[in-house]
Write a protein that binds this ligand. Structure first.
Ligand code: 0O2
Length: 207
């Protein structure tokens, strides 16, 4: 298996999507005082994780393209509303097709995981012509991201077998993170007003 060749188009998709989503963030900032996008990260799944997931899901090497998150982009937002705003905008774009949606916000996972996933088919130009590559865009709030990052580390530490006591605490933490999102949503206008004032003062001082 030549992993470098296989992963090359995925790496290109990740780079292109990163530029496009960061471009959206920049445009929001030029045109309004609030950007629903806090930050964007992207990665190609490491070969060791691809192998582990293929084993876990019993996927053969010839069917590897069934893995939908080899190319992964994450969009992190301040507020839950922002997630749905971004999802709507991504669904109307003409440069890729959304082929699947997973709303783990209204349908949280057993672990407590919350996030909105879009699976897209992205046309990428290679020297051999166009190829359609499957990629996953995860859209979540800062609080959801904090929880998922910590849970991911624990999963790694315990090799997927998190002790029951820790798992129960994580579930409580997931609810606390969601409560935080709900409370912040109630004072969203005030927070945004404060951020507007801060930005205006900063740009006046920078002149
Ligand atoms: P990594 O290391 O982030 O790449 P499955 O792995 O079977 O749950 P599936 O069918 O591929 O997932 O699709 P799904 O549910 O959309 O999950 C894909 C990715 O979402 C995962 O990739 C994680 O990044 C994230 N995710 C899903 N469930 C959880 C969860 O309970 N906790 C955390 N922290 N992240 C989750 P990988 O390959 O698992 O991980």
């Amino acid at each position: 298996m030549n992993w470098r060749n296989f992963l090359a188009p995925y790496a290109q998709v990740v780079e292109e999507l990163k530029v496009k989503l960061k471009g959206m963030r920049a445009q929001f900032e030029f045109e309004s005082s609030h950007s629903p996008i806090e930050f964007v990260t992207a990665r190609v799944k490491p070969v060791s994780s691809i192998k582990e997931k293929m084993k876990r899901k019993n996927i053969q090497i010839d069917d590897m393209e069934e893995l939908q998150d080899i190319a992964g982009v994450r969009v992190v937002c301040q507020f839950v509303d922002d997630i749905y705003d971004i999802v709507d905008r991504l669904k109307t774009r003409n440069d890729f097709d959304v082929i699947e949606e997973r709303d783990y916000i209204n349908h949280k996972k057993d672990s407590g995981y919350r996030s909105y996933h879009l699976i897209i088919s992205y046309p990428v130009e290679t020297i051999h012509g166009e190829r359609k590559i499957i990629a996953e865009i995860q859209i979540r709030t800062l609080a959801m991201n904090f929880w998922a990052t910590n849970e991911h580390s624990l999963n790694y530490k315990y090799e997927g077998r998190i002790p029951e006591k820790v798992r129960a605490r994580l579930k409580r933490a997931a609810e606390a993170a969601f409560k935080l999102d709900e409370e912040m949503a109630k004072i969203k206008d005030e927070i945004q007003e404060a951020q507007r004032v801060f930005r205006t003062n900063k740009s006046n001082n920078d002149k």
